[in-house]
Design a protein around this ligand. Structure first.
Ligand SMILES: O=C(O)CCC(=O)C(=O)O
Ligand SMILES: [Fe+2]
Length: 415
């Protein structure tokens, strides 16, 4: 080791946090590698994985029932950091997992406790919020349970075309940046949203004000409806393809909710959720949250203020950077929603809550700029809001979903 190589040693003793952590699945590009974190020998396997040629492409970890999220996340972060190192020490003694961080200015050694692991990853995760492997036979149940308990679930593997979301982020970041450019008034004019259909471009100065908030969110976005609504000539067909794939994934997920639904609740529905899903009312929103300095933002404004979504469920690929948080009524705190490239967050919207008489609850969430965000970071995201057909019965108060939608859009100040 060269003397200029400064190191922090984190020792993940099996007696500490990882004794909880039985297994994880790491995904390298399209290759999935299950890892059992029980013994020294399997930690050695992990070492081999870290040393492997694909080590820069670790994108997700799947905790099982026995593996709380924080432990898997701590491990994942450790692996990510390690994969950027020039060297990796691997196993020390019989039960230590040693990670070195070449970017640290000092050297120290310590065993990692549960609290440490949270501090280490700098995030607080909700252990009830499950990460689901889409291909796991247990996936429908795990998914439905997580939605029921937290209003959220994270799919760490999914059937969308690999790389498609990143491609959409890259080209729409450029397009939306141009739309905001005062030298390109033509773009704003061409694509400005239609208040009746809600399709098109919503600039920063128009944007949304969350229900109950007084400040506009610090975001601009484009709402795409298919086959109606405008689609900019300036971008490729990729967002169209993404919508198509997300809609089809959404139908499968609604089917999973149908399958896991309490019989009494199901009896109150006008039809299966999967059949209530509309293609033309479903909307893909491509969001750009520009970078900003904390002191420059209007007082009280955040990237997206606390809100619940209006629709049935939202299929939300991980944003291009962290910042999505979910409110736990039980613990009365914000938890960070795990953000791995290639994972997809799913959350419940108000319409599903209304339809199921509150059996599925739309959980409040928001998007903030984290204190440790690297300066000048913007953020892209592309939630797909799955909506029912306009005449679907939600409840006696809202005999059609159309009535519900109009009420909520007027509260948002966009109609
Ligand atoms: O940007 C995100 O990650 C979430 C966006 C969101 O919650 C929304 O647009 O409703
Ligand atoms: Fe939302």
């Amino acid at each position: 080791m060269s003397p200029s190589h400064q190191i922090i040693w984190y020792r993940f003793g099996l007696g500490s946090s990882f004794s909880f952590c039985k297994s994880a699945v790491f995904t390298f590009g399209t290759r999935r590698l299950p890892v059992i974190l029980e013994s020294t020998s399997t930690l050695r396997n992990l070492e081999k994985i870290i040393r492997g040629p694909d080590r820069r492409h670790i994108v997700s970890a799947k905790p099982t029932k026995l593996a709380p999220l924080y432990a898997v996340h701590a491990l994942l972060r450790a692996v990510l950091i390690t994969s950027e190192c020039n060297s990796f020490e691997g196993i020390r003694g019989t039960d230590d997992f040693v990670v070195e961080d070449s970017r640290s200015p000092e050297t120290k050694t310590r065993a990692l406790s549960v609290a440490d692991s949270q501090e280490f990853i700098g995030e607080k995760f909700w252990s009830k919020l499950q990460c689901v492997d889409f291909h796991d036979p247990q996936a429908p149940e795990t998914f439905a349970k997580s939605l029921k308990e937290t209003g959220f679930a994270v799919l760490v593997t999914h059937p969308l075309t690999p790389g498609l979301v990143d491609d959409v982020y890259a080209e729409w970041r450029e397009f939306l940046t141009q739309c905001a450019d005062p030298d390109r008034p033509d773009l704003r004019e061409n694509y400005l949203y239609d208040s009746e259909t809600q399709a098109g471009y919503f600039p920063m100065d128009i944007s949304e004000t969350a229900k109950g908030s007084t400040q506009k969110d610090l975001k601009q976005f484009f709402q795409l409806y298919f086959p109606n609504g405008s689609y900019p000539d300036e971008v490729s067909d990729k967002a169209r393809q993404l919508f198509h794939e997300m809609h089809s994934l959404g139908r499968t997920l609604l089917q999973w909710i149908d399958d896991g639904m309490d019989e009494k609740v199901k009896a109150g529905l006008p039809c299966d959720l999967a059949d209530a899903l509309s293609y033309e009312n479903t909307m893909l929103r491509i969001l750009h949250y520009p970078s900003y300095r904390e002191e420059e933002k209007p007082k009280g404004a955040v990237r997206a203020a606390a809100h619940e979504d209006i629709n049935l469920i939202t299929v939300l690929p991980s944003g291009s950077s962290r910042g999505l948080q979910v409110w736990s009524k039980e613990d009365e705190c914000w938890y960070e929603v795990p953000c791995h490239t290639q994972s997809i967050v799913v959350n419940i919207g108000d319409m599903l809550q209304e339809m199921t008489g509150g059996d599925y609850v739309a959980t409040t969430h928001r998007v903030v700029k984290l204190d440790d965000e690297v300066g000048g970071t913007d953020r892209m995201s592309c939630p797909c809001f799955l909506h029912p057909h306009a005449d679907v019965y939600l409840s006696d108060k809202y005999p059609t979903s159309r009535k519900f939608l109009l009420e909520r859009l007027s509260e948002l100040g966009v109609i």
